[in-house]
Design a protein around this ligand. Structure first.
Ligand code: CP
Ligand code: NVA
Length: 336
C-alpha cells in the first residue's frame, strides 16, 4: 500500500482497503509508542504547517504531538494572526507554504477551501475539519470501535442529532465504506444531503453495510453497538440558531433510556467537545436560559461511557500520526 504524496481531504477519496491500512498503521504506531519506541528518525528534518481558522484542542494537539513524535517541526497558524483569506488568497498561501513545508493541515470553513489549498500546494494537504467533513476524526472513531469490538464490519452505528453537517456526513461515509450499518436519527430537515446518501448507499451495497435515515430516536438506536452524537450547533454557525436547534434536537438527546435500548455491549461515542453539564460557558449560558442541565448527552451517560469517549480522543493522535506518516512515505513495515 503506497499512500505517499496523497492528500487527505475526505474519506470519499479512499477505498476500504486504504482506510483499513491507515487503521492498521495507526494501531502499529500506537503500540510502538506505548512500547517506548523512539520514532523521531522516521520524518526527521521535515516540517508541517497547521492552519486553524477555527479553534481546536484535540486536532491541534494531535497534529503537534504526532509530528514531534515522528521527528518533524510544526508551525501553528491561528485563526487571527496570519494573512490567509483577509490579505492573501488560498492559492497564493498554498504556493508559499508548499515551498517551505512538507505537508499542510487545514481546519476551517468550506470544503472547497481545503481543496483549493490541495490543488496548489504541491505537498500533501490534510483536512483537520471543514463544515462538510471531519475525516481524521473518522479514523480515530473506527480505531476505537476496533479496540472495543474487533472487526467493525457489521456493527450498527446510530448517530443522533444534526446529521447534515461534518460529523453526520463523515460517519455515514466511513460506515458505508467499511460495511457498518449507519442510522441517522434526526428530524427530517437534519438528514444528510440526498446526493451524498445515494452515493453512500452504493458504497454500502459493495461493503455489506446499510444506510437508514429515521425520525424515530428509540427505534433507530435499538440494538446499536455504537450510539454517537455531536454538539447541536457547530463552530462557525450563528448564535441565532441555538433556540431552534434546542427545540428540534432535544428529543434526540442520548439518555440512559436510549442506551438501555442499544446492544448489551454498546458504547457511547462523541467527537468532543461535549455539552454534558454546565461546566462550560456555553453549557451554563444555554442551560440557564432554557432550563436544562445538559444538551446532546446526559451527564449520566457521558460518565458511564467516559472510557470509550476518551480512548476515542486519544486515538485522534495515533490516527493523525498514521495519516501524516503514510502520506509522507512511512509504511507499516517501517513501524513493525
Ligand atoms: N473532535 C475534535 O475535532 O476536537 P477539537 O475541536 O478539539 O479539535
Ligand atoms: N460538528 C462539530 C464538530 C467538532 C469536532 C463542529 O463542527 O463544531
Amino acid at each position: 500500500m503506497d499512500l505517499k504524496g496523497r492528500h487527505f481531504l475526505t474519506l470519499k477519496d479512499f477505498t476500504a482497503e486504504e482506510i483499513n491500512y491507515l487503521l492498521d498503521l495507526a494501531a502499529a504506531l500506537k503500540a510502538a509508542k506505548k512500547a517506548g519506541k523512539n520514532m523521531t528518525s522516521f520524518l526527521a528534518g521535515k516540517n508541517v504547517a497547521l492552519i486553524f481558522e477555527k479553534t481546536s484542542t484535540r486536532t491541534r494537539c494531535s497534529f503537534e504531538v504526532a509530528a514531534h513524535d515522528l521527528g518533524m517541526g510544526t508551525t501553528y497558524l491561528d485563526p487571527k494572526s496570519s494573512q490567509i483569506g483577509k490579505k492573501e488568497s488560498i492559492s497564493d498561501t498554498a504556493n508559499v507554504l508548499g515551498r517551505m513545508f512538507d505537508g499542510i493541515e487545514y481546519r476551517g470553513y468550506g470544503q472547497e477551501i481545503v481543496e483549493e489549498l490541495a490543488d496548489n500546494a504541491g505537498v500533501p494537504v490534510w483536512n483537520g475539519l471543514t463544515n462538510e467533513y471531519h475525516p481524521t476524526q473518522m479514523l480515530a472513531d473506527m480505531l476505537t470501535a476496533r479496540e472495543y469490538f474487533g472487526d467493525v464490519k457489521g456493527l450498527k452505528l446510530a448517530y443522533m442529532g444534526d446529521a447534515r453537517y461534518n460529523m453526520g456526513n463523515s460517519l455515514m461515509i466511513v460506515c458505508a465504506k467499511l460495511g457498518l450499518h449507519f442510522v441517522a436519527c434526526a428530524p427530517r430537515k437534519y438528514f444528510p444531503d440526498a446526493a451524498l446518501v445515494a452515493q453512500c448507499e452504493e458504497w454500502a451495497k459493495e461493503s455489506g453495510g446499510s444506510i437508514t435515515l429515521t425520525e424515530d430516536a428509540s427505534g433507530g438506536t435499538k440494538g446499536a453497538h455504537i450510539v454517537y452524537t455531536d454538539v447541536w450547533v457547530s463552530m462557525g454557525e450563528p448564535d441565532e440558531v441555538w433556540t431552534e436547534r434546542i427545540n428540534d434536537l432535544t428529543p434526540y438527546k442520548v439518555t440512559m433510556d436510549i442506551m438501555k435500548g442499544a446492544a448489551e455491549n454498546a458504547i457511547f461515542m462523541h467527537c468532543l467537545p461535549a455539552f454534558h453539564d454546565k461546566k462550560t460557558e456555553i453549557g451554563k449560558e444555554m442551560g440557564d436560559k432554557f432550563g436544562f442541565e445538559d444538551m446532546e448527552v446526559t451527564d449520566e451517560v457521558f460518565q458511564k461511557y467516559a472510557d470509550p469517549v476518551f480512548d476515542e480522543a486519544e486515538n485522534r493522535m495515533h490516527t493523525i500520526k498514521a495519516v501524516m506518516a503514510a502520506t509522507l512515505g512511512i509504511t507499516l513495515e517501517d513501524v513493525r
